[in-house]
Design a protein around this ligand. Structure first.
Ligand SMILES: C[S@@+](CC[C@H](N)C(=O)[O-])C[C@H]1O[C@@H](n2cnc3c(N)ncnc32)[C@H](O)[C@@H]1O
Length: 250
């Protein structure tokens, strides 16, 4: 994977995320109710997984990026001497003999699987790994979420604890025909003498049409599908909603 590398991971953990406290409350609540084994594919640096582990919940996770997983492990090592139950893997390759009572993929990350057929196969795989009565909670970012204006350079900067800086410059495009949001990202680590390290990334995300994920979820076998437009669980009726949260029970 050419995304979520070293500087990207560092920037990710300094960035306030748009889903904020509301999504944390929602997912922790879901995890508490799961009453069984929980899986977080694409767990990243453990934004959700670590607080759940701290609560003593039976959660495990995996992620494709060794950098994101290293950051998770470092954070966890400050809290516990036991290794965290996480491993490196692509969603596309996931297989286990376990069944989960909750599988969740927050923050629109599912769109990082940019091929719809692969997305459907992965959803099928998630379905197969759910216990009967178990839930898949998954979010999509929608085609309405494309930042406006597009095709301009944007810059974000964070200051590290030691006073040095980390910056990102992004140039985003959106192709309606493919529903692909593409962003060229250039991360810079900036010290006393100027730019000390550069990392580039081609970030692609597939953005879903309002009804598109509903169809995929039905096709893989889900019949009990709830769809919300926010973490307060407002039923999704606004076709311009930027995110859609699906709660699907097997
Ligand atoms: C936006 S981050 C979200 C991390 C975490 N869920 C959160 O909300 O902070 C997306 C994560 O998905 C991982 N990822 C992207 N594509 C993946 C794939 N095909 N299989 C597994 N992980 C993937 C990336 O490495 C990254 O850590």
């Amino acid at each position: 994977m050419k995304t979520y590398q070293k500087l990207c991971t560092e920037f990710y953990d300094l960035e306030p995320h748009r889903d904020g406290a509301a999504s944390m409350i929602f997912y922790i609540d879901q995890a508490r109710q799961a009453n069984g084994l929980i899986l977080e594919p694409m767990c990243g640096t453990g934004r959700f997984l670590i607080p759940m582990l701290q609560e003593g919940l039976a959660i495990e996770g995996f992620d494709a990026s060794p950098y994101m997983l290293d950051a998770l492990k470092q954070k966890w090592a400050r809290l516990s001497s036991t290794p965290p139950p996480v491993w490196q893997q692509l969603v596309q390759d996931f297989s286990s003999s376990k069944k989960y009572t909750l599988i969740f993929v927050p923050y629109g990350s599912w769109g990082l699987i940019t091929d719809v057929e692969a997305s459907k196969q992965c959803l099928q795989n998630m379905y197969e790994h759910l216990a009967v009565g178990g839930k898949l909670i998954i979010e999509t970012e929608t085609i309405a979420s494309v930042p406006q204006p597009c095709e301009i350079w944007r810059r974000g900067v964070h200051r590290r604890a030691d006073g040095s800086k980390i910056a990102v410059n992004t140039f985003a495009t959106y192709e309606p025909a493919t529903q692909l949001f593409k962003s060229i990202c250039r991360y810079e680590s900036i010290g006393d003498i100027g730019i000390e390290e550069v990392e580039t990334e081609d970030f692609w995300m597939y953005l879903y049409r309002f009804h598109e994920m509903d169809e995929l979820l039905r096709e893989v076998g889900f019949t009990d599908i709830k769809k919300y437009q926010d973490y307060a669980l407002t039923p999704a009726t606004d076709e311009n909603a930027h995110i859609l949260v699906y709660e699907c029970t097997r």
